[in-house]
Design a protein around this ligand. Structure first.
Ligand code: PBG
Length: 332
C-alpha cells in the first residue's frame, strides 16, 4: 500500500472500536485449540509440585482423572500424558515402556473409562524409562542406536494403543519410526489409532524444566540430544522431516518448541496444509510464569497473546501447560 492512499486509507479506522477489531481479527483462539500436557505418578492421592514450573503438578492417576475432568468442563479436547517413572523401574533397555500393566497404560485406561470424550495422547519415547535419560538405546559410546530404538518404540506404541490411547505421539526423532509404528498398528488391527509425529523437534534448551518434571535430567547428566533432535539453525530440514513423516503415515505433525520456532510452523502449514500442532514447551512456560510472578508481565495477557501467535503462525492446535488457565480466560 502506498502512502498516496492516505487519507482515503486510514488503517486505524478498524482499530477504533472493540467490535470492529473483533470482526476483522484474522486468527482466533478457543479452548478447542488446546491440548493439555500432564505428568502422572504412581500411587494414590499423591501430588508433587514441579519446582521449575510453578503451578504445574505431578499427580497420581486418581487425582489426574479429577483434574482432567476440569479440562473437559472447560472445553479442552485432549490431554498429552507424560509419566514420571520410579527410578527402580528404569533400565538400559527401557523395558518398562511396553509393560502392559505400567503407569501409562493404567493411566490411559482410567482416563478413557472416566472421561470417554476426552482424547488421550501418549508420548512415544524412551527417556522416562532409560537409566541414562536418552530417548533411545545407547551403544558403548553413548550414541543412540536408531534401528534398535525404533524396534523398542514400536513395542511401546502398540502397548499404548492397546491400552486405549487415541493418539500416539513419537517425540524421539529416530529415523523411520513413523513408518514402523504405522505398520505395526495396522498389523495389530489398531487401524484407527492416530499418529501425531513430533516431526520437527529441535535440540532446545527450553526443555530443561520438563526434564526436571519427569526426572530424566539427573539421569541425562550433561549429555545432550543433538545426535537426534534437530539443529536450531535449520528450517529446510524441518520440511524434509515433515515430508518424510507424512509419507510414512503420520496423521498430524508437530513443531517443538513453540514461540522461538513459529517461522517453522508457518512454513510447514503453507507447504503441506496438514493438521499442524505446536508445543509451547516447559521452558516457555517457566519463562512467562517467572516474569509474571515477579510482576514484570501480565500473565493473562501474555498467555493469550503467545497462544494466539501460534494460531496466527498456522498452528491448528497448541500443547500448552497454560491450557487450563487459557481456557478459563477464554470462557470468562
Ligand atoms: C522427551 C520429551 C521432551 C519433551 C517432551 N517429550 C524433552 C526432551 O526431548 O528432552 C519436552 C516438553 C517440554 O519441555 O515441555 N521425549
Amino acid at each position: 500500500m502506498s502512502e498516496r492512499n492516505y487519507p482515503a486509507t486510514r488503517l486505524r479506522r478498524l482499530r477504533r472500536h472493540g467490535f470492529l477489531r473483533e470482526l476483522v481479527r484474522e486468527a482466533r483462539l478457543a479452548p478447542a485449540d488446546l491440548i493439555y500436557p500432564v505428568f502422572v505418578l504412581d500411587g494414590r492421592g499423591r501430588r508433587e509440585p514441579v519446582v521449575s514450573m510453578p503451578g504445574v503438578e505431578r499427580r497420581s492417576i486418581d487425582l489426574l482423572v479429577e483434574h482432567a475432568r476440569a479440562a473437559v468442563d472447560l472445553g479442552i479436547p485432549a490431554l498429552a500424558l507424560f509419566p514420571v517413572i520410579d527410578p527402580v523401574r528404569k533400565s538400559a533397555d527401557a523395558a518398562e515402556a511396553w509393560n502392559p500393566d505400567g503407569l501409562v497404560p493404567r493411566a490411559v485406561q482410567a482416563l478413557k473409562s472416566a472421561l470417554p470424550q476426552l482424547g488421550v495422547i501418549t508420548d512415544v519415547a524412551l527417556d522416562p524409562y532409560t537409566s541414562h535419560g536418552q530417548d533411545g538405546l545407547i551403544d558403548a559410546d553413548g550414541y543412540v542406536q536408531n534401528d534398535l530404538t525404533v524396534a523398542a518404540l514400536v513395542r511401546q506404541a502398540v502397548c499404548q494403543a492397546r491400552a486405549g490411547a487415541d493418539v500416539v505421539a513419537p517425540s524421539d526423532m529416530m529415523d523411520g519410526r513413523i513408518g514402523a509404528i504405522r505398520k505395526a498398528l495396522e498389523r495389530e488391527g489398531l487401524v484407527n489409532t492416530a499418529i501425531l509425529a513430533y516431526s520437527a523437534k529441535y535440540a532446545s534448551a527450553f526443555y530443561g524444566p520438563f526434564r526436571d518434571a519427569v526426572g530424566s535430567a539427573t539421569n541425562l547428566g550433561g549429555a545432550g540430544k543433538h545426535s537426534y533432535q534437530m539443529d536450531c539453525g535449520n528450517s529446510d530440514e524441518a520440511l524434509h522431516e515433515v515430508a518424510q513423516d507424512l509419507a510414512e503415515g503420520a496423521d498430524m505433525v508437530m513443531i517443538k518448541p513453540g514461540l522461538p520456532y513459529l517461522d517453522i510452523v508457518r512454513r510447514v502449514k503453507e507447504r503441506f496444509g496438514v493438521p499442524t500442532f505446536v508445543y509451547q514447551v516447559s521452558g516457555e512456560y517457566a519463562m512467562l510464569k517467572a516474569a509474571a510472578q515477579n510482576g514484570w508481565l501480565d500473565e493473562r495477557a501474555v498467555v493469550l497473546e503467545t497462544l494466539l501467535a501460534c494460531r496466527r503462525a498456522g498452528a491448528d492446535g497448541i500443547l500448552s501447560y497454560f491450557a487450563l488457565d487459557a481456557a478459563g480466560y477464554l470462557q470468562g
